[in-house]
Design a protein around this ligand. Structure first.
Ligand code: UDX
Length: 431
């Protein structure tokens, strides 16, 4: 396929990555947002999202004249061949996805879409959304296509351009094939199917990852109780090709903008068709329990949290992003504060004011006078801290490493104590 005229509505993580990457594949892309200030910044090449490679790609698209940013979707779609919906679908009341942003866009563009223009959902939408959009549009001449994204924050551009698979679903098969063709230059298998299946793939995959993580966190807890080492256990599991090595690292719980909302949404969708997805509900419960266990672990090192000074390293839901949405680090710090601890936190990508803690711009400031220091996000720079200096600054001596990130030997060598997840101290030290 040659170049297509594409409109991308919404310029968040998903929309901006989609727009810039489609432009880099040679398509003519117009990105639309309601936020005029954001549009002006983007048109000037200013990208406010921390996403490696994205700013360069936007600059290249702008320079080549293949990428433009505008306000107002009605005019933008008037001569489009494809419209990608990349607006937020947050968790609504009751756990289901809130589709108001999608519905508002459909309402706005319905009368302006040229005949045959494909309307494509990119944001994660509940199964049945394509059908609902078709009804809302009232345009039998406009195919509705589900084409979920599988982008991870921090590697979104690389994930888009080098995907494991392309999933496209529509009840109009020719339309699905045409949309799959937009990605023809990418060397990836494509699954072309019906709309409901394409919509479900996204949930089924994300919820599987969430269950895998809850499982690993539970196994790490068992390791602690049984004197086993999670590092060896997951290494041994990971060699099994049916399991694989990724998503086997224990942590303070899974978070971010996708897994929490998608797990809740799938439980709710299942409920709506009379199926009790207790397996997935248990994974969600386990994720809550994990945070409680982390707080108890920290409390155990300081005696009582009331009045304790806790230094926190890392606030983002994972390393490589400044995103705080549903970050387990934030819920752990909130619980610490609720128990009366005084929290001082540092994250290389997060600044400004946050409730219940003092945010500092230097990791060593979190150690000053601290009774315990807690690693909550796996930023590489924490591995290279000067532990002797940290020990001098601290009041207590506990380092709780909820990501098993640090080299325990360097922490111990500074006269501090190290407590990881699912790891007996002696094994970790023999390392
Ligand atoms: C996820 C999916 O991976 C992606 O396919 C989907 O499109 C969007 O949601 P993302 O939210 O960017 O991507 O984060 P991801 O890298 O998947 O991590 C999710 C959470 O699991 C994070 O809180 C992370 O810290 C945690 N995690 C991940 C672990 O605790 N251990 C691991 O081994 C992997």
């Amino acid at each position: 396929m040659g170049s297509a005229r594409i409109v991308v509505i919404g310029t968040g993580y998903v929309g901006l990555t989609t727009g810039a990457c489609l432009a880099s594949l040679g398509h003519q892309v117009t990105c639309v947002d309601v936020d005029a200030v954001k549009v002006a910044r983007l048109a000037a090449g200013r990208v406010d999202i921390l996403e490696p490679g994205l700013e360069e790609l936007v600059a290249r698209g702008l320079a080549a004249g293949r990428l433009t940013f505008v306000v107002g979707s009605r005019q933008a779609v008037a001569d489009a061949e494809a419209v990608f919906l990349c607006v937020p679908t947050p968790m609504g009341a009751g756990g289901g996805a809130d589709l108001r942003a999608v519905e508002a866009v459909i309402d706005e563009i319905a009368g302006s879409l040229p005949p045959g223009c494909a309307v494509i959902t990119k944001s994660t939408v509940p199964v049945g959304t394509a059908q609902r959009i078709r009804a809302l549009l009232g345009r039998p001449d406009v195919p509705v296509v589900a084409n979920p994204e599988f982008l991870r924050e921090g590697t979104a551009v690389a994930d888009f351009l080098n995907p494991d698979r392309i999933v496209v679903g529509a009840d109009d098969e020719a339309a699905a094939q045409w949309v799959a063709g937009l990605y023809a230059d990418l060397a990836a298998p494509s699954v072309v199917t019906d709309a409901a299946s394409a919509e479900l793939v996204k949930y089924a995959a994300n919820c599987f990852l969430a269950m895998k993580l809850s499982y690993v966190n539970a196994i790490a807890e068992l390791c602690e109780r049984l004197g086993a080492d999670i590092e060896s256990v997951t290494e041994g599991m990971g060699y099994d090709r049916r399991i694989g090595r990724s998503f086997l690292k224990p942590g303070p719980g899974w978070g971010g903008s996708c897994l929490p909302k998608d797990t809740h949404a799938l439980v709710q969708v299942a409920e709506s068709v009379g199926f009790d997805f207790s397996l997935l509900s248990a994974a969600i419960q386990e994720n809550i329990a994990q945070r409680d266990r982390i707080v108890a672990k920290i409390a155990g090192t300081v005696g009582t949290l009331a009045g304790a000074r806790i230094g926190v390293l890392g606030l983002a839901f994972k390393a490589g992003t400044s995103d705080l949405r549903d970050s387990p680090a934030l819920s752990v710090t909130a619980m610490l504060a609720a128990h009366g601890a005084e929290v001082t936190a540092y994250d290389p990508a997060v600044g400004g004011e946050l409730p219940g803690m003092r945010v500092v711009d230097d990791p060593y400031q979190t150690a000053k006078g601290a009774d315990a220091l807690v690693v909550l996000t796996e930023w590489d720079e924490f591995r290279r801290l000067d532990w002797n200096y940290v020990a001098e600054l601290m009041h207590g001596d506990s380092v709780v490493d909820t990501r098993n990130l640090l080299d325990p030997r360097s922490v111990l060598a500074a006269g501090l104590s190290w407590l990881g997840l699912g790891r007996p101290r002696a094994r970790a030290l023999a390392g």
